[in-house]
Design a protein around this ligand. Structure first.
Ligand code: PMT
Length: 402
């Protein structure tokens, strides 16, 4: 999986820097090409001579080569690499990466990087547990970077043993797993819905919900990363919600009716669809042309039902297509999810409950149970990026059965 892959290895000032040698050896043994970029502090812990001997390449540390003044182009490195791995990554480097403080060659390379970035933190437990470090790691994760940590790989859930850098063989295994999935969905077209819908009451008011779009966007990125072409039909989400992958085509809509129309149009040319949007089941029966004025003490808004997008697609689904729904529940979770699985003719449903802390709307994490007609798999609380990978693993398994 790593044969011929070009890896930029960033090394920072941590006692764990000696382990970088083991990482390099294992990467090279697997056929990868490694270019080291080291921070000035990193050089206090390990010498560039050792690193260049192992990689058979000069180590890059300064913006200019000291010997002849040649310019080291961080932009070229960003284009050259298939992946960037920063191991060990100190609290200081993690903070600079999260905030774009480009005061050394490693950070400028990171900011120019076009390839996926893996970060293996290394620091003492108090520094690791500090809210600012945790916040910086969450920020980096929300930018699509992969954090490699000892244990389950989930930030701050169990701090015991965290902070220490993950062992080199596990770091290399994470990269191998990543590359093994790349391209596994090539040639597939996936429709994904994300975010809330807004149902207009009058020109200034609407009925909406708390969906941020984070779960749906994570699914879109994961499918695109695996080589699929994604149509992302997206309700009104905040301006900060942006897709990164060029294979994601975003269609913005506002209401459930508009989302329904877009999905109906797109679904026949898709291999699969994942309906992650929180769609309003009802919409005001009439939309007032002018802002509704306060008159009496109370007010009644009559609602009429919206079309059910999942149920519509379930009816027109061909045997070669895979349809995935979500169930957001507050009670009677499994029973309700099972009922939706059948009623909407889904291949599987992803249950998340608002009773689980850290799950559902707006959080960067989710806790899901994947329910198929004959199995049920619970997953622990994880970042939405990793939850998306679990869901897409299941999607691929279902698609392979068809
Ligand atoms: O966006 P985030 O802040 O990251 O939050 C993620 C999430 C909580 C919105 C997401 O994980 C989730 O649970 N999405 C589904 C929310 C929902 O509306 O669930 P539901 O149980 O009401 O609907 C069941 C299924 O039918 C869903 O796949 C839904 O998209 C679909 N549906 C519902 C109503 C409707 N009119 N049309 C639909 O297609």
């Amino acid at each position: 999986m790593l044969k011929g892959k070009k890896i930029v290895l960033g090394i920072t000032g941590s006692i764990a820097a000696y382990k970088s040698c083991l990482i390099i050896r294992q990467l090279i043994k697997r056929g990868a090409e490694v270019q080291v970029v080291i921070t000035p502090a990193g050089k206090e812990f390990i010498t560039p001579i050792t690193l260049s001997a192992l990689t058979s390449k000069p180590v890059i540390s300064e913006f200019f080569a000291q010997r002849d003044g040649t310019w080291h182009s961080h932009v070229d490195l960003g284009l050259w690499a298939d992946a960037m791995l920063i191991a060990p990554a100190t609290a200081s480097t993690i903070g600079k990466m999260a905030h774009g403080i480009a005061d050394n060659m490693l950070i400028t390379t990171y900011l120019s990087m076009k390839a996926p970035v893996f970060i293996a933190p290394a620091m003492d437990l108090d520094m690791y547990a500090h809210p600012s470090t945790q916040q910086n790691l969450r920020t980096l994760q929300s930018y699509g970077n992969h954090i490699i940590e000892p244990g389950t790989g989930f930030l701050a859930s169990h701090l015991e043993g965290k902070g220490r850098m993950e062992e080199p063989e596990h770091i290399v295994a994470s990269l191998e797993q990543f590359f093994s999935q790349q391209g596994s969905m090539k040639g597939n077209r996936v429709l994904i819905t994300a975010g809330p819908t807004y149902e207009k009451i009058d020109p200034v008011r609407f009925i909406g919900n708390y969906s941020s779009g984070k779960m749906g966007f994570a699914l879109a990125e994961e499918c695109a990363r695996r080589g699929a072409d994604v149509e992302l039909v997206c309700g009104p989400v905040s301006a900060s919600m942006q897709t990164r992958h060029p294979h994601i085509h975003r269609i913005d809509v506002e209401s459930a009716r508009q989302m329904h129309e877009a999905c109906q149009r797109l679904f026949p040319s898709m291999n699969s669809a994942i309906l992650c949007a929180a769609v309003a089941d009802f919409t005001p029966a009439t939309v007032a042309a002018q802002k509704i004025k306060r008159t009496g003490d109370d007010m009644v808004i009559r609602l009429k039902p919206n079309p059910d997008i999942a149920a519509t697609l379930g009816t027109i689904k061909r045997p070669d297509q895979t349809l995935v729904g979500f169930a957001l529940e507050t009670d009677n979770e499994e029973h309700n999810a099972q009922a939706k699985l059948q009623k909407k003719n889904l291949d599987f449903i992803v249950l998340n409950s608002l009773r689980d802390p850290g799950a559902g709307f707006r959080t960067d994490t989710n806790k899901i149970t994947i329910i198929t007609p004959d199995s049920q798999t619970q997953h622990p609380l994880k970042p939405k990026t990793e939850v998306a990978a679990d869901i897409i693993d299941q999607l691929e398994a279902e698609m392979n059965k068809k």
